[in-house]
Write a protein that binds this ligand. Sequence first.
Ligand SMILES: Cc1cc2nc3c(=O)[nH]c(=O)nc-3n(C[C@H](O)[C@H](O)[C@H](O)COP(=O)(O)O)c2cc1C
Length: 379
Amino acid sequence: MLRYWTAGESHGKTLLALVDGFPAGVAIATDAIDAELRRRQGGYGRGGRQRIETDKVDIRTGIWQGVTLGSPIALEVVNRDYKLERLDDLPRPRPGHGDLTGAIKYLGSVRGVLERSSARETAVRVAAGALAKQLLASFDISVFGYVLEVGPERIEPVDATLAELRGIRDQSELYSLNLDRDPAIQQLIDATGKSGDTLGGMIEVRVDGCPFGLGTHAQWDQKLDGRLAQAVMAVQAIKGVEIGLGFEAARRPGSQVHDPIHYDPSAAGTATLGYQRPTNNAGGLEAGMTNGQPIVIRAAKKPISTLAKPLASINLDTKQPEEASYERSDVCAISAASVIVENVVAFEIARAMIDKFGGDSLAEMQARYQLFLEMARER
Ligand SMILES: Cc1cc2nc3c(=O)[nH]c(=O)nc-3n(C[C@H](O)[C@H](O)[C@H](O)COP(=O)(O)O)c2cc1C
């Protein structure tokens, strides 16, 4: 089973991810992981810290001559602005952060909680996801995340091919799919920042090329929709997850929700096996399994909790009312969040691929994958 854990504090010495169960025989390009780390640090509306750090991954174990060994892979991203020992506690917990609850739960400091609840930790989640993407690329599976909404503003994607949309996303400072809309949204972020406030938004991730049958209907904790929802919801500040039509499905009759099934033998060689769905309201998942259509998953991110114009709080020492503490912070981190969500989704898809096709080596996975496609075409 593919899995990972992370360790490290926001301003501590280092961040680590330990990836276990990754197959042998996958050639790993470190610069492709670094490119994702750079994207996570970018996006419009970030605070000063992103300019201090230039994250780079160091693959400490599990690789020999650039190829995975099948042994655990330790990924390290060193914090270039390590200063934890010099930092003071935050006396006035920030509403929306884990400060108050964590300090009480652990009978300790706010600092002891925020250093780990902070989204800095996601640097190594992105590294683990970027590693997983390199396995997925061997099966022509692509994972593509972008920003769909910022605060109240929707950024409608332009009509274009997937490759063109990727090009647009990579040109956009917001990681959106409509460059014409970006300037107005950037102004909105600037104005919000000037007023001491923050913004959230909506992210969409699309996974293309998944074969039929990743995940299972048979056990609740193995359903792929559930696993994806957990991975995405566990990203800091994500407060809602939708698959396909999502919440809108609840408002429509069944005839306007479910995707009819057609068959086109000329497409039998593709991941769809020839089964065509004129709509994809299910977002590529039925009964916890992939159905050959693109997976479409959306995540709602709340606005940043640290406000330059702070909300009411309490001084934990005196119990007197005071404004919440302020630490250097982002105004809008939706673009970075889209990179994180994209990569945690990639990791879950890689996990599901290994569950279905075995995880000892890439060669065995590929052979079993081809065998499955042949058998499924006969079905
Ligand atoms: C990419 C990203 C960057 C973030 N940056 C900040 C930040 O600068 N300041 C802040 O207060 N919260 C920031 N957050 C959100 C907090 O980490 C998060 O709200 C907090 O840990 C509480 O967890 P919860 O929102 O999941 O309940 C960020 C989240 C993400 C995904």
